[in-house]
Design a binder for this molecule. Structure first.
Ligand SMILES: NC(=O)c1ccc[n+]([C@@H]2O[C@H](COP(=O)([O-])OP(=O)(O)OC[C@H]3O[C@@H](n4cnc5c(N)ncnc54)[C@H](O)[C@@H]3O)[C@@H](O)[C@H]2O)c1
Ligand SMILES: [Zn+2]
Ligand SMILES: [Zn+2]
Length: 445
């Protein structure tokens, strides 16, 4: 079968690999109809989250059809249409039973202290072959796989595999309550869902920060007030927008590949910290990054979002960190956070815990997650799609990869989307498709 395979930092390819087989009674084999590329995949290819084994199939977002089940899987049968949670959980241990499915004691073969088990990740996470493939083996399938109602399309469901639940979890970590003002750092797909989730959890205002205008435009369509850190000092803008108080909640949806301002009034201050940032980049990449010009280039300011967030959050406020940092990232403005009585919550999403309620919201028509989906590509074009997404090219905000088998009726849709906007992305990227967050969150009064 065909799969996106990690060969080395800066080197991914579509290869022919062996089809997966049932190894354990609780496994299922799923034929992927849809997968997607995530900012987390970029950390692996850029070398800012080290530890990938060459030969690992990438990808941790998937929707598909159950092909075969092991003897221990009583609740699924071949033909069932499912969404696959990115993280793997046994469902039986005390962590799973408390909802901390990303901290399952059993799923990681390296043991209960080894960390989150997930698809397509580095060696210490399993490793488990990922979901950017024609077929995947899903361990603990009886627990993980969530059956999809026919009302929820593949294009909607693929966003429920990882990024919408992660952003929902981010708003929970940030303790968003009715009335809050929430800063969201990063307007990639996860940040855009964080804007949506913060509103859904009661925020009155969301202030979204990024350096890319097309992504900020998307955040505005979802109802956020926006700050471009290449045009304004984000800390000054945040104070001005909040009556000198600061937002009381913030969500970091950027992670280790954070960039510092390249122009505008915030550039000089950030440039003064260039040396510290350079040391941070060296520590996280362990000197292994392999940038090819602008391609696969590590972010140049790993801790800048932590610093901006801690400086801007109002006293006694809360920061939720869902942006991914490798264990080698050690910079955090602890003293400032401590002296402001901030609460900091963070982690890998407990996907399995949140996916069913989000499936219900989509099924009920309360929200259409495709507001964040910009681009649909054929699976066979995955490497080129990775490159465009890595460069944050306008229009390449969230890329879904469609299986060849699904192409009969969908290649046309993808083609039409690309044609409609001059090859810059999908219809959801058009302002007219989703004018504001009220339309993404359909039916909210
Ligand atoms: N915790 C989890 O379970 C989980 C799950 C999925 C993704 N993630 C992480 O979420 C993060 C975002 O994922 P994504 O797919 O949206 O990736 P992405 O790379 O598309 O988005 C990151 C965004 O941050 C912006 N950015 C860079 N520097 C910034 C700065 N200084 N201030 C504000 N914005 C800045 C970029 O321009 C980009 O739009 C990644 O770190 C990813 O690994 C975490
Ligand atoms: Zn992801
Ligand atoms: Zn468990």
């Amino acid at each position: 079968m065909k799969a996106v395979v990690f060969h080395g930092i800066g080197d991914i390819r579509i290869d022919d690999v062996a089809e997966p087989k049932i190894k354990d009674p609780h496994d299922a084999i799923v034929r992927l109809t849809s997968s997607a590329i995530c900012g987390t995949d970029l950390h692996f290819v850029r070398g800012t989250f080290p530890g990938m084994l060459p030969g690992t199939v990438l990808g941790h977002e998937g929707v598909g059809i159950v092909e075969e089940v092991g003897k221990g899987v009583r609740n699924l049968r071949p033909g069932d249409r499912v969404v696959i949670p990115s993280t793997i959980a046994c469902g039986s241990c005390s962590y799973c039973r408390s909802g901390y499915t990303a901290q399952c004691d059993t799923a990681n073969p390296h043991g209960n202290t080894a960390g989150t088990a997930f698809f397509g990740g580095p060696e210490p996470s399993g490793p488990f072959d990922g979901l950017q493939a024609e077929y995947a083996r899903v361990p603990f399938a009886n627990v993980g796989l969530v059956k999809l109602p026919h009302e929820v399309t593949d294009d909607q469901a693929i966003l429920l595999s990882d990024i919408y639940p992660t952003a929902w979890f981010g708003a929970l970590l940030a303790e968003v309550k009715p009335g809050d003002t929430v800063a969201v750092f990063g307007c990639g797909p996860v940040g855009l869902f964080a804007v949506l989730s913060a509103f859904q959890q009661g925020a009155i205002r969301v202030i979204a920060v990024d350096g890319h205008e097309d992504r900020l435009e998307k955040a505005r369509q979802l109802g956020a007030e926006t700050v471009n850190f290449n045009k304004e000092d984000p800390l000054e803008a945040m104070l001005e927008l909040t009556g000198g108080i600061g937002p009381n909640r913030a969500i970091d949806a950027v992670g280790v590949d954070a960039e510092r301002p390249k122009e505008g009034p915030a550039k000089a201050k950030a440039d003064q910290m260039a040396e510290q940032f350079q040391q941070e980049v060296q520590a996280v990449t362990q000197g292994q990054a392999q940038p090819q010009g602008q391609q696969w280039k590590p972010g140049d300011a790993p801790s800048i979002v932590a610093q901006w967030a801690v400086q801007t959050i109002a006293k006694a406020g809360t920061l939720g960190i869902i942006g991914v940092y490798p264990p080698t990232a050690t910079s955090f403005p602890l003293g400032q956070a401590m002296n402001k009585n901030l609460t900091i919550n963070m982690g890998n999403c407990n996907h399995r815990t949140y996916i069913p309620e989000l499936v219900d919201k989509v099924r009920g028509g309360h929200v259409d997650p495709t507001a964040v989906l910009s681009t649909i590509e054929r699976f066979t074009d995955a490497i080129e799609a990775y490159k465009q997404f890595d460069l944050r090219k306008p229009g390449w905000i969230k890329v879904e990869l469609k299986a060849e088998s699904a192409n009969a009726n969908l290649s046309q849709a993808a083609g039409a989307l690309r044609a409609a906007d001059g090859g810059q992305g999908g219809a959801a990227a058009q302002p007219s498709a989703q004018p504001d967050h009220a339309s993404a969150e359909q039916g909210k009064a």
